[in-house]
Write a protein of this length. Sequence first.
Length: 301
Amino acid sequence: MLSHKHLIFMEVARVLSFTKASEALFISQSAISKQVKRLEEYYKTGLFERSGNSISLTAAGKLLYQKLLEAKQLQQELHQEFSELNEHFSPQISMVIGASTTISLYILPPVLSAFLQQNPNAQLTLKNRNSENIVKALLEHEIDLGIVEGVNKLSNVTYTPFLTDEVIAVCSSKNPLKKQQLELKDLYDIPLALREPGSGTLAVLAAALEKKKVRLLDLTIKIRLGGTEALKNFVRVDTCLAFLPRQAVLKELESGELVELPIEGLTVKRNFNFIQRKGTENNSPYREFMRFMKQRYSKTE
């Protein structure tokens, strides 16, 4: 099994920073340095090159990191097989999940709570980033499982459908736009507030508009905001039109604070998918988590 020293080394190697590793692991920098030094003494070679405030892996460090990633995968497979042989074997499940804003803030929390109640040995970490950065984090082994909008069709990533959501046009209840019946051509004259590049919401909106021969670059984009909450808070008090996930604005639509503005001829649907690194599809913890998420979410719809 992976030792405590090796797990610490893996985190330092992943982020290439003793400070960041200390923050992520809730361990002092001196303790991390001590554990890395012990490993270097054991292997009788340096694992990191220090240059000022930055560090990089030596050839030996790169080799060790790669082999430890393989060992972690083997350990997960071993736990899975033992669980199948002996129902009393119940190792702790430690999983880092990355999800885009809509999923992290509006869909996962209640379902994660139910999962933890059913799996008391589970320890979960949820990281909220846009879809582009979730894929990056998965490939860099920063997360074990991701949930993102759409499919990028990367050869080293497996995609599994999770759920479908709708992106809708909304404005403030004080905005004169709320009384209008909008058509696609009206978008050229209306100031827009949109998400930042890399956002899955923005990507699916751009794709839907392109199908209607409308380019985002030809529209009047007044502001781009990083995050669904920032965009929602902005459009509450501004005259811009915004495109937001329906799941993210259910409460505001119900209270009347925001108003949905259907646009004739435009429907923006998006599919959320679980993403995994190729080769981890049969890992029991991931498979069971995905099954639980899909079952529980279907009950909440």
